[in-house]
Ligand binder design. Structure first.
Ligand code: ZN
Length: 422
């Protein structure tokens, strides 16, 4: 059969086409040939089907590939977004650092003006920096108010620095910034100043602190470090454990300051300026460090009036410095965070009242113990005494008995002698 095919092929290829009859004659349909043709057709069909499948698959594969690319891009975008977030945070951090460095540089320049001696003392505590002076830290709570600028003017006139424990109030952007720009300390007090809200749950408390920090950062570009509890750390309003709040503040890097001198200007009835001044001056007395509680509030006019009296009276003494609270200031607090050792000791009560109760208890106990001791001593003494007395008595008895005996003996001897003589 192969030979026959060869022949036909040769015939068709041959340029001589003169014998078509011969060709048709030679090309006869044999079963082998039809089988061969069927196979060819089958092969072509298969190729067509394969081609069809390939053409159908290509778009699907492309689609899959594109979807994968889309997924990859989305992921990359997410990563980028995260990175942007992180770098934003880093920028914020760096800004803060830059602000701190700028402040330090400014401080250095100032210090250089006043000589190298002060330059060396830059990192010393306030006490070390002013060893022979009384240090007064004037603090103003609840501001800013319509009096903030007046207070800042008075401080500026007297070259005195102070600390403002502020609230979050709109419309006082200049005051917030002026406090910082003029070298005072901008510190945190409360976002809402509503005791019932702040102190109702730990969640609310944290939100109050964080909101105020964000607010002040937005207004000034500075995140304050110092904090004063609304009502002080010894307040009795809070439903939350003071130790939990202190722990939170510590973790966030805040330092809380209470006060050791009060102007008493928080009383609902407005005091006379002279009374406010007297309270402060008496409170300071000869204290080495005084953190003075005052209020910067629309209802506290007399505090503003008392301020020059206080500053001038103390400046006339000649050994008083008015300083802002900084990291060089000795912390003044009513309650502080317990150390781990104190926590494990289990003496869980830390606030003032409890401490008071405890001391009262111990005083009671000690008086009880004292009276017990006196009783025991008395008893012991009297016992000892009675024993001694008894001994003495018995000895005395013995002695008198012996005396009697010897007397009797003497008497009988005398009688014997008399009888003998007679
Ligand atoms: Zn307050």
């Amino acid at each position: 059969m192969a030979e026959e095919v060869k022949v036909t092929m040769e015939n068709t290829d041959s340029p001589v086409q003169t014998e078509p009859e011969e060709y048709t004659e030679e090309y006869t349909e044999t079963p082998e040939r039809s089988e061969f043709r069927r196979k060819r057709v089958k092969r072509i069909k298969l190729i067509l089907v394969l081609l069809l499948i390939v053409f159908l698959l290509i778009p699907n594969i492309l689609c899959g590939f594109l979807l994968y690319q889309l997924y990859k891009t989305n992921r990359n975008m997410e990563i980028l977004r995260e990175e942007i977030k992180i770098s934003k945070m880093e920028i914020e951090k760096k800004n803060q650092e830059a602000a701190a460095m700028a402040a330090a540089a400014e401080k250095k320049i100032k210090e250089e003006k006043y000589g190298t001696q002060n330059l060396v003392q830059l990192n010393l505590s306030d006490e070390e920096k002013y060893p022979n002076k009384q240090l007064v830290y004037l603090t103003f709570d609840d501001g800013p108010s319509k009096y903030t600028n007046e207070i800042l003017d008075i401080l500026d006139e007297h070259d005195a620095k102070a600390t403002f424990f502020v609230l979050a109030k709109e419309g006082y952007d200049d005051e917030y910034n002026r406090i910082i720009d003029e070298g005072h300390t901008l510190a945190m007090h409360s976002y809402t100043h509503k005791y019932s809200v702040i102190y109702s749950s730990m969640e609310n408390y944290k939100e109050d602190v964080n909101s105020l920090s964000d607010f002040l950062f937005e207004k000034t570009g500075v995140r304050p470090k110092f904090y004063r509890f609304p009502g002080g750390s010894s307040n009795t309003v809070s439903k939350i454990n003071i130790q939990d709040m202190l722990h939170f503040l510590g973790e966030e890097g805040y330092v809380h300051f209470d006060w050791n001198v009060s102007s008493e200007d928080a009383s609902p009835k407005m005091l006379e300026a002279s009374t406010v001044a007297r309270n402060v001056l008496n409170g300071i007395g000869e204290k080495k460090e005084s953190v003075v509680l005052m209020h910067d509030s629309a209802s506290k006019r007399s505090t503003v009036e008392a301020l020059p009296i206080i500053i001038e009276t103390l400046q006339q003494k000649g050994n008083v410095e008015f300083l802002p609270i900084t990291e060089n200031t000795k912390q003044v607090y009513h309650v502080r965070e317990k150390t781990d050792a104190e926590k494990t000791e289990g003496t869980g009560k830390a606030d003032k009242e409890n401490v008071k109760e405890e001391t009262e208890e111990t005083v009671e106990e000690s008086t009880e113990i004292e009276s017990d001791v006196t009783k025991v001593v008395d008893e012991a003494v009297s016992e000892a005494l009675s024993e001694e007395v008894a001994e003495a008595l018995s000895e005395a008895e013995k002695l008198s008995e012996e005396e009697n005996q010897s007397k009797e003996e003497n008497r009988s001897e005398e009688e014997n002698q008399r009888e003998e003589q007679n």
